[in-house]
Design a protein around this ligand. Structure first.
Ligand code: GLN
Length: 284
């Protein structure tokens, strides 16, 4: 069996990925190999001549095959960095996006006291990334994460354990707010907001690898916001905030939906790409 150097394997992988139309394939290859070698991706730049054993080379090629099939690196590794933490990602969870950190940012502004004993409700919690990031920064807060997918709840509970907040986070299966009672200081959500018919046209990384229940927002993409708008007044404390992520171009429609439900829109926040990404509202 031939020995492979790091450089030779990365060259081979880059060729496979560029033939498959994957952009940034060289960087992805470095991340996937570094993980197998248990080093930082940057370290590979100075370790080009190091010899990789056959079993590792095989495992690497299998990973490159998955990436060539347009599976995102985060799904192949099973984890994704978000806010200050690393979250496990599963087949039934959305892969957390950097845009969604805008929800965390706004929620922390809405819950300004670092020692506050706030209660937070996360609708469509997925990996739990939004709720758990908030609990990580508000050590006396507690939270409830709801999801329809049992596999997502299991991943979220494991993420809570990994972040050291399992006693403050509860996860329950539910159809939005159907089984939720009580009042919350903040309701957060990154609901599915892609119009159903557009899902097959998204990048293959998304359309073929993110769970469709986590993407599809009904015929116009706004269905979850209608449910949330109807239910939020009952579930918000009097000074509580509702903070939702929206898709590009949806902020005005969502703001109108909220106002029609007698909520008061108090902020619309742009993400780092300049897209209006989050709407914050309160009881009117
Ligand atoms: N709240 C999770 C996230 O932002 C899941 C969202 C979803 O499944 N639509 O990643």
């Amino acid at each position: 069996m031939t020995a492979h150097t790091v450089d030779a394997l990365l060259r081979e992988a880059s060729g496979v990925l560029s033939a498959a139309g994957v952009e940034g394939g060289r960087r992805d290859a470095r991340l996937l190999l570094a993980d197998l070698l248990d080093c930082a991706a940057g370290d590979l730049l100075t370790r080009g001549d190091a010899v990789v054993n056959a079993a590792t080379a095989d495992a690497f090629r299998a990973r490159i095959g998955r990436r060539a099939d347009r599976e995102p690196v985060s799904r192949i590794l099973g984890r994704r960095g978000f806010w200050r933490h690393e979250f496990l990602v599963g087949p039934e969870t959305l892969d957390p996006r950097p845009d969604t950190e805008t929800v965390v940012e706004l929620a922390l502004e809405a819950l300004p006291d670092a020692e506050g004993r706030y209660s937070v409700l996360d609708l469509g919690t997925g990996t739990g990334c939004i709720l758990l990031s908030i609990l990580g920064d508000r050590p006396n807060a507690t939270g409830l994460g709801i999801d329809i997918a049992p596999g997502a709840l299991a991943v979220a509970a494991e993420n809570a354990r990994r972040l050291g907040v399992p006693d403050r986070a509860r996860f329950a299966r539910g159809d939005w707010t159907a089984a939720v009672n009580g009042k919350f200081d903040a309701i957060v959500s990154n609901p599915p907001y892609i119009p159903d018919a557009e899902v097959p046209r998204l990048d293959p990384e998304v359309s073929r690898h993110d769970p469709h229940t986590a993407l599809k927002g009904g015929p116009d993409g706004l269905y979850p916001y209608r449910v949330i708008a109807k239910e939020a007044p009952r579930l918000l404390r009097s000074l509580g905030s509702l903070i939702v992520e929206v898709g590009a171009g949806q902020a005005d429609d969502v703001a109108t939906l909220f106002e029609d439900a007698h909520l008061r829109v108090i902020d619309v926040r742009r993400d780092l790409a300049g897209i209006a990404r989050c709407v914050r509202a309160a009881n009117g």
